[in-house]
Structure formats: C-alpha cells, structure tokens
Design a binder for this molecule. Structure first.
Ligand code: HEM
Length: 396
C-alpha cells in the first residue's frame, strides 16, 4: 500500500469505521453477494451500472433507497419529485443551470475572490486549512445557487454545518432506512433552518437564479424547497470531501510538481481525485420487482448496496497517468436517471481549487491532518498545507 492509500484508508476508518469494514469486505465478496441483515452487495462495475440503470426493478424510494429517508422527513409528496414522473420533469427544467459552461461561470463568479485570498496566504508562506476552505467554498456556492444570504465565511460554515448534521442522521441506516420519530423531528428542524429563505427566493428571485427558474417553470414552493434541501445536502459534504482529499492525494503522491509543469493535467487530477475519494462510497436501492443481476436472483423488497468506492478503487491508487476507464466511467457520480445533477459543478469547484493552489508556482505539502468523526461523508476535519520553499524544491 502506498503512503497516499494509507492516508485514505486511515481517513475512511476514522470517519466511518463500519463503512471502512464494509468497503474492504466488498473486495472479497465477488461481483454480487447477499449478506444477511444488510442486503445485496454489488462490487462490480458492469453490474453496478446495470442496476443503477434498471429503473423497472429498482427505486430510490422504499427501504434501502435515499428517497425513503427523504419521504419520512419531507413527506410522501417527494415520491413524485424523486422517482415519479415529476423527477424527469424537474431534471429537464433545471438542466441548463448545471451544464459545464454555466458551472464554470458560476464557480468563477462566486469563488474567485475567496480562492485568490487562499493563493495569497500560501504565497506569503502561510498555512492553509484546505478542509475548512472547502467547507467555506461549498457553503458559499450552494447559498448562491439557491439565492440565499451567505456572503461571509462564517455564514457559509454555518450552512455547511447544518447540511452536514442533516446528512449525518443517515449514518447507521445501513441495515434499515426507517428513521426513529426523534430523528425525523430533528431532521425537520434542520430542514426548516436550511430552507428559511427559499420561499422568499422562490417568490422574488430573477429567472437567472435557480429558485426564480423553478418558479418560472412551474415548480411549486414546496417542491422548490425540497430541491433546495436536496442540493444543500447532496452538494456540500461530497464536494468538500473531494476537494480536501484530492489536495492531499496530489501531495501524498508527489504529483504537484508535474501539475505545475503541465497545468493541462488538472482535469486528470480532478478525475483521479474523484475516483479515489468516491465521496458517495455506497449507493442504496430498493428492489421493486424480481429480477436477475448476474448470478444473483433479486426479489421484490430486497435492498441492495452498490459499493462504488470499492469498484472505483479496484484499478489502484491516484495516478495522473491513469487513462479514463470506460468500465467505471464516472461511477463516483452514480449512473442512470439519478446520476448526480451537480457533477459539472463539483468538477468545476475542484479544478478551481487546484488552480488556485498551483497559482503560487510552488508545490504544496501537508503539515497536519485530522479526520472528521460522526459524519456521513468521510472527510478531513482539518488538512493544513504550506507551499514548499523555493530553496526546498527539487532541482530538475
Ligand atoms: C464530488 C462531489 C459530488 C459527488 C461525489 C456526488 C455524488 C452523487 C451521486 C453518487 C448521486 C447519485 C445518488 C443515487 O443514485 O442514489 C448524486 C445525486 C445527486 N447530486 Fe451529487 N455529488 C456531488 C456533488 C453535487 C453537487 C455540487 C450538487 C449540487 C449542488 C449535487 C446534487 C445532486 C442531486 C440533486 C442529486 C440527485 C439527482 C437525482 O436523483 O436525480 N451533487 N450525487
């Protein structure tokens, strides 16, 4: 195991010990295996993609799917928006907000000043906590996307923390996605906090903003609030985790000098960072009808867990020279009709962060790291870096 792989494994273990064990077990279970009280584990790229595209026999609603959690918190109406006919309509309505071009423009507009400040800190010889910076950046971006107030770092951190607390309520639903009444009550309080300004934005925001767009295209206030809370949860912890972990992976594999010499490789660093970190390490589904998956006979009512982290990491560690793999493609963003809506945004954020660090003209090194505990998405709580001194750089 390389140093970078050891750090990643340590991070997963510290953040989510049970998940770490499940993902490791996935290496030995074969392509698909039934585990009592857990469900079907899928650890093969072809079967993973097949099951995520099989909307006739699987659903995100019902025991085992993320929609089941949301329905208990937001109400049964989410069925329509999350996996019913309203789902396709919702995705079609907001598609152009999430293209590569609009994602890049959005990231530039909202994050450029904050990233320039980070570059300046490093260039002046200061220490940067990239984990904190990532929380600030993702908190700012989601607030802007939803047209909510949140212009200071403190506001961005607070919004991130609320979304993280809401997501963390799903920890421990590995065996069942039925939530206890007290958990549902806490979740509803957090949802109210996150959506406090959405009704106003929905009523008054311009059509160039997501909330205004939702209104103009006929999405009701309740559905818009549902989408807003989904974005806040889906788009913060995952992206922040990928950002800090990719920065660590670049340092731990000694790849920063190559990125400095060939900035065109940033796209490869983003892809490799997402592949190795796979911030959504498991995707759950409810089986809605009997069907075969490879050698397995799935029955209606079963649950299954696609071990995306295990599948994505089977190829090996972070490597800028690793070519695009058509088998996994972008499995870290899922597949099928629920494939991540914010994928372009996540990639643009990650690329912008790497470019800001490279703008010092010097490689960075990690001076300290601490794993987050009790979170849904394994992540660094702290990742301190400094730019290498010029006299410490290797001679070529
Ligand atoms: C590195 C960052 C990210 C990763 C790894 C990631 C991963 C994923 C995955 C695996 C899914 C599919 C879940 C399933 O099939 O059950 C998903 C769905 C989703 N993601 Fe992301 N995501 C990221 C960032 C974002 C961002 C920045 C946003 C938006 C601000 C976002 C919004 C969504 C939404 C709305 C869905 C649900 C799509 C649907 O059900 O149609 N994600 N994400």
């Amino acid at each position: 195991m390389t140093t970078a792989q050891r750090h990643e494994s340590w991070l997963l273990f510290r953040s989510r010990p049970a998940l770490w064990a499940l993902l490791r077990a996935g290496r030995w279970t074969g392509p698909v295996r039934h585990v009592p009280r857990v469900g079907w584990l899928v650890a093969d790229p072809v079967l993973a993609r097949r099951v995520l595209n099989d909307h006739a026999h699987t659903s995100v609603l019902g025991e085992g799917g993320v929609g089941h959690l949301w329905a208990q918190v937001l109400g049964d109406w989410v069925t329509e928006l999350f996996d019913g006919p309203g789902h396709a309509a919702m995705r079609a309505r907001v598609r152009d907000v999430f293209t590569e071009a609009s994602a890049r423009a959005h990231v530039d507009r909202v994050l450029a000043p904050r990233l320039a400040a980070a570059t300046a800190t490093l260039a002046a010889g200061g220490e940067l906590d990239v984990a904190d910076l990532a929380r600030v950046l993702t908190g700012r971006l989601v607030a802007d996307l939803l047209g909510l107030p949140g212009t200071t770092d403190e506001q961005a951190r607070a919004r991130f923390a609320t979304a993280e607390r809401l997501a963390a309520l799903a920890v421990g639903t590995g065996a069942s996605t039925h939530l206890a009444p007290a958990t549902v009550a806490t979740a509803r309080e957090l949802v109210a906090e996150l959506t406090a300004g959405v009704a106003d934005g929905w009523a008054h925001a311009g059509e160039d903003r997501l909330l205004g767009r939702c209104r103009a295209l006929g999405l009701g206030r309740r559905e818009t609030e549902g989408l807003a809370v989904l974005m806040a949860v889906a788009g913060t912890g995952t992206a922040a985790s990928a950002m800090a972990r990719t920065v660590a992976l670049v340092a731990d594999t000694g790849s920063a000098p190559r990125l400095l010499a060939a900035p065109d490789l940033v796209g490869d660093a983003v892809r490799e960072g997402l592949r190795v970190s796979t911030p959504a390490p498991v995707i759950g589904r409810h089986v809605t009808g009997d069907t075969a998956l490879g050698p397995a006979a799935l029955r209606a009512g079963d649950r299954l867990l696609v071990l995306t982290h295990t599948v994505d990491n089977a190829a090996g560690g972070f490597d800028l020279d690793r070519p695009y793999d058509p088998a996994t493609r972008q499995l870290w963003f899922g597949a099928g009709r629920h494939q991540c809506l914010g994928a372009a945004l996540a990639k643009a954020e990650l690329a912008a962060l790497l470019r800001a660090l490279l703008a010092t003209g010097r490689p960075w090194r990690v001076t300290g790291r601490r794993a987050a505990r009790g979170v849904l998405v394994p992540a660094y709580a702290q990742l301190r870096i400094t730019a290498a001194r010029r006299d410490a750089e290797p001679r070529s």
